[in-house]
Design a binder for this molecule. Structure first.
Ligand code: HEM
Length: 480
């Protein structure tokens, strides 16, 4: 799954490593900060390396203890680059809402240049006309309620396929992560590529991202210009068809869409949606297997509201508050990465009384914010009950900045609505359709306490050790 691991979280990791390794080069390109009158607090930097020595070995723990020492806003120098870490809801609000426009850009990391067509995807695009146009296209053409509804049949079909596959594998140990990734990849790519056999090609070419992107664009273009031009109506058009149509009819666009632009946007959609949704479900299952009482409550709700003669549908969610609460709690404790994708100051700015200079990189620590004891009782415990009676969108959109699973402000995740639909449906169908048991994973343990709750790495918060589970069907046989 190499191709799909190049999502923005991995890009952040890659970018950070590149930043560490190529600090001096990068810092030369950044404007030298002026002497600040009132900079945020932080440790004194060394010449050349700045404060790298303090965070290089265990960045998250080191940043945590530096934040405890200096407070919720911290200024570090990574080489010569000023980096501000914001670790409280109030500071997140200052950067992402009050001063959103001043911090709406992304730093020009090498990851965006070399893996994303010279910043032509949305994640790494600097704030400007191209990013604004991409955002507009995503809102009105890709993630509009109408478009997402038109894709519902694809999601239903893919979910049925996923559940039948799990049924055929029942009683055998399976690697949950692989099954979830396969399912989310398949669903998202069918919506993006209008499911015309390309998914198979994708698997063959998955290691060669650019090769794959060129292949799908050429294939779509060939079909559009052939005499057998596919007669797509709104409901059968994939997202790539929409992008190609927009590129052909550039009169309606502020910025002409080039082939590299389309490849960049394609990459956003295929990589942004796949691992993000799968990982959220994976963490929820890790947590649930440690607390059978929560699984029982979830199943009781599903049996009472849905029964055992049909599958959960997308419009059932308003009647499944406990399932919703499990998802919110999972997103609170397990955001997709420690920090939001980095923001970049496009101008000098005063934030919470501190001077932040143009060229500063801002990292909002959503991992710490979701576990802040000032906002949450028993912050490290997985307690879905805390969200009962709360609305999913109010909570996950971060209206009070106490958790920010999709970020906030101008750079907030544009795919949240699709992501939520996939997460809700996948988790609810898994719990409804199967009893899950932990299987021996080669490391010895099958007890709930043996589940490793550590993250994959310093910046990638996927579970470090994927679990093996055995599934037993619990619905009527004909449903699978
Ligand atoms: C559960 C699922 C998802 C989660 C938790 C998630 C989370 C995030 C987060 C935290 C950000 C950074 C926001 C910021 O910097 O303030 C982001 C950005 C982004 N996400 Fe998602 N995402 C999910 C699903 C998706 C899907 C399904 C897509 C597309 C198919 C997508 C596409 C993007 C893009 C393009 C950006 C960059 C926005 C920008 O820089 O302007 N995401 N996502």
């Amino acid at each position: 799954m190499e191709m799909y691991s190049i999502n923005w979280e991995s890009s952040l990791l890659l970018a950070t490593l590149l930043l560490f390794l190529a600090l001096i080069t990068i810092s030369k390109k950044l404007q030298q900060p002026q002497r600040l009158i009132n900079p945020p607090p932080g440790p004194k930097p060394w010449p050349v390396i700045g404060n790298l020595n303090l965070i290089i070995s265990k960045p998250r723990q080191s940043l945590q203890s530096l934040s405890e020492k200096y407070g919720e806003i911290l200024l570090l120098k990574l080489g010569k680059s000023p980096v501000v870490i914001a670790s409280s809801p109030e500071l997140a609000k200052q950067f992402l809402r009050t001063h959103d426009a001043s911090f709406a850009s992304r730093p020009a990391f090498a990851a965006g240049k070399y893996t994303c067509y010279n910043y032509r995807n949305m994640v790494w695009a600097p704030y400007g006309p191209y990013w604004k146009q991409a955002r507009r296209i995503y809102h009105s053409e890709v993630f509009s309620a109408k478009r997402l509804e038109s894709f519902e049949h694809i999601r239903v079909q893919e979910r049925r396929r996923f559940l039948s596959r799990l049924h055929s594998l029942s009683e055998k140990p399976i690697m949950l992560r692989d099954e979830l990734s396969r399912h989310t990849l398949s669903s998202i790519s069918k919506m993006v590529l209008s499911g015309n056999g390309l998914v198979k090609k994708m698997k063959i070419l998955h290691k060669k991202l650019d090769c794959f992107n060129n292949y799908v664009i050429d294939d779509h273009l060939a079909r559009r210009s052939s005499s057998e031009k596919p007669k797509h109506d709104f409901a059968t058009k994939g997202v790539l068809d929409v992008l190609l149509e927009l590129a052909e009819d550039s009169n309606n666009l502020d910025v002409q869409l080039t082939r590299d632009d389309i490849k960049g946007l394609l990459q956003d959609l295929l990589t942004g949606g796949t691992d993000s949704s799968a990982t959220t479900v994976e963490w929820a299952i890790h947590e649930l297997l440690r607390q059978p009482r929560i699984i029982e409550k979830a199943k009781e709700e599903l049996d009472r509201v849905i029964g055992r003669n049909r599958w959960v549908e997308e419009n059932d969610y308003s009647r499944l508050p406990y399932i919703e609460a499990i998802i919110m709690e999972s997103m609170r404790l397990h955001p997709l990465s420690t920090f939001l994708a980095p923001r970049y100051a496009v101008e000098d700015c005063k934030v919470a009384g501190f001077d932040i200079s143009k060229g500063t990189i801002v990292l909002v620590n959503i991992w710490s914010i979701g576990r802040d004891p000032k906002s949450w009782d028993s912050p490290r415990e997985f307690l879905p009950e805390r969200f009962l009676g709360k609305e999913m969108l109010d909570v996950v959109m971060g209206s009070d900045f106490e958790m920010l699973p999709f970020g906030s402000g101008r750079r907030r995740c544009p795919g949240y609505s699709l992501g939520l639909r996939v997460v809700r449906a996948t988790l609810a169908s898994l719990l409804h359709g199967f009893d899950l048991k932990l299987a021996a994973d080669g490391r010895g343990g099958v007890r709930a306490d043996d589940i490793c709750m550590e993250d994959m790495s310093r910046f990638d918060t996927r579970p470090k050790h994927p679990i093996l589970v055995v599934l037993e069907p619990r619905l009527e046989h004909h449903l699978y």
